[in-house]
Design a protein around this ligand. Structure first.
Ligand SMILES: Nc1ncnc2c1ncn2[C@@H]1O[C@H](COP(=O)(O)OP(=O)(O)OP(=O)(O)O)[C@@H](O)[C@H]1O
Ligand SMILES: [Mg+2]
Length: 447
């Protein structure tokens, strides 16, 4: 896990997300606290519970975006789930525990990648040896005689020559025959497909072990064989048991589960029907957030120290409508703010791959250099803000619809235009957007 200080985390997040400083600080502290916890004495470590975070804010202001960026940043096992995806145990749908299984899968992926890096040089060396054996096989017997064509010395020389040609890439198109193994996973039993993962044991894994492996000899080029052999060699070099154990430890101690749409599992006043099942999801969520043991195909996983970040708009309901027990498990509350016109200006231009940069790069592939003038960006931000005020406030998502509308004509015409450069200035923006944005009905549909 990368050791970033809270300040470094905030700086990294700043490169992609405008504003929302409080939220960035809160997640940065929570991440750093995991690192701190790893460094305190054993008996203390077990006592330190993660400080789960509840992010509250209107739609389209960066809640999910912060979580998404955080994931790539920290290198910790991370998954993002929607609370609405789950149903109470016994109802049709995914059970809440499956989020822990997903987290472990993610951790396995991380650990495997790490192991792969570690064994790569050795695996590559073994692959070259095996390829050599295929290209210049050792004869069954070697004659120890002066005149024989079959002397050990001769064989060694041929092999060395072959080794050099192989290393130089001269043998890539040569054909070789290798043994490949097919796992029995083509067969999926009823009830073992995705979505039904609440089984007590790993049925699919068991099947793979019991059913005979399908082995066949296949002709392929050296280039193709290298990939297949590499996989076989890494498989042999990586200790799957060790990877599993480390992955579980990683998931338990530094894993992060981001629960989006948390407000959608809050029942509104006097709710019934679907609302009952939603309350049920909260009830099922509680033990996982509090700390429980979940059985996964890789072993038991304790959730006591998994960090949960929940997010929701909470405009119809309030965090206080959550079950009291659940509220207590999310002690850190951060509010994300509505985006202002100035924020829009910055979102359009500042992030590493801001919308204007994206469109510029896309149109560049057609040989058109698009140039957004500052007054055009200002005008765009203004339209976005106004339309948000007048119709529905969808935050930064409004910029997507506005820009799509603005560049619709250009996107269509670009390949046929013999233009080298197009300047998007305030006048251009006005021409393309004035009419639609003035007309309330029209803007409801188009922008
Ligand atoms: N502060 C911001 N800085 C940069 N981009 C932003 C910001 N807020 C939102 N965006 C952009 O707007 C889009 C929507 O944001 P995001 O998915 O984070 O919304 P959200 O807060 O999770 O909303 P919802 O409650 O609807 O899930 C994203 O593509 C994101 O890049
Ligand atoms: Mg979201």
């Amino acid at each position: 896990m990368k050791e970033l200080t809270p300040r470094q985390i905030v700086t990294e997040l700043d490169r992609h997300i405008v504003g929302q400083h409080d939220a960035k600080r809160a997640v940065a502290i929570a991440i750093r606290n995991r690192w701190r916890r790893q460094r305190v004495a054993d008996d203390m470590r077990n006592e330190v519970a993660p400080k789960n975070i509840l992010m509250i804010g209107p739609t389209g202001v960066g809640k999910t975006e912060i979580a998404r960026r955080l994931a790539t940043l920290t290198g910790a096992p991370f998954i993002k789930v929607e609370a609405t995806k789950y149903t109470e145990v016994g109802y049709y749908g995914r059970d809440v525990e499956s989020m822990v299984r997903e987290l472990v899968e993610n951790a396995i992926g991380l650990m495997r990648e790490q192991e792969l890096e570690r064994v790569k040089p050795e695996a590559e060396r073994r692959v070259e040896e095996r390829l050599l054996e295929l290209l210049a096989p050792q004869p069954a017997s070697l004659d120890v005689g002066v005149d024989s064509p079959n002397t050990p010395e001769r064989f060694e020389r041929t092999r060395e020559k072959m080794r050099q040609m192989l290393a130089a890439g001269d043998m890539e198109q040569r054909n070789v025959e290798i043994t490949v193994e097919q796992k029995a996973h083509a067969m999926v039993l009823p009830g073992t497909g995705p979505g039904n993962d609440s089984m007590e044991f790993d049925f699919q894994g068991m099947l793979e072990k019991v059913l005979p492996k399908h082995v066949s000899r296949r002709q392929m080029t050296v280039a193709e064989a290298r990939k297949v052999l590499f996989e076989q060699e890494t498989e042999a070099l990586i200790n799957a048991e060790k990877v599993n154990a480390q992955a579980i430890e990683l998931a338990e101690n530094v894993g992060i589960i981001f629960v989006d749409e948390m407000d959608k599992v809050v029942a509104s006043e006097g709710g019934r029907g679907a609302d009952v099942s939603r309350q049920g999801v909260q009830r099922d969520l509680l033990p996982i957030v509090e700390g429980t043991v979940v059985n996964t195909r890789y072993g038991y996983v304790r959730t006591d120290h998994v960090l949960f970040i929940a997010a929701g708009a909470f405009h119809k309901t309030k965090p206080s409508d959550l079950m009291p027990e659940l509220q207590g498990r999310f002690p850190i509350r951060v509010e994300l703010k509505d985006l202002t016109k100035d924020d829009f200006v910055r979102i359009l231009t500042e992030p590493k791959s801001s919308l204007t940069k994206q469109y510029t790069a896309l149109l560049k592939t057609e040989g058109v250099d698009v140039d957004f003038t500052p007054d055009a960006v200002d005008a765009l931000a203004n339209y976005a803000f106004e339309v948000n005020q007048r119709t529905q406030n969808i935050g930064a998502r409004r910029l997507y619809t506005i820009l799509e509308r603005l560049l619709e004509e250009l996107s269509f015409e670009a390949p046929d235009m013999q233009l080298g450069r197009v300047e998007i200035n305030a006048a251009y923006v006005k021409k393309r957007l004035e009419e639609v944005s003035k007309d309330e009905d029209l803007s409801k549909f188009i922008l």
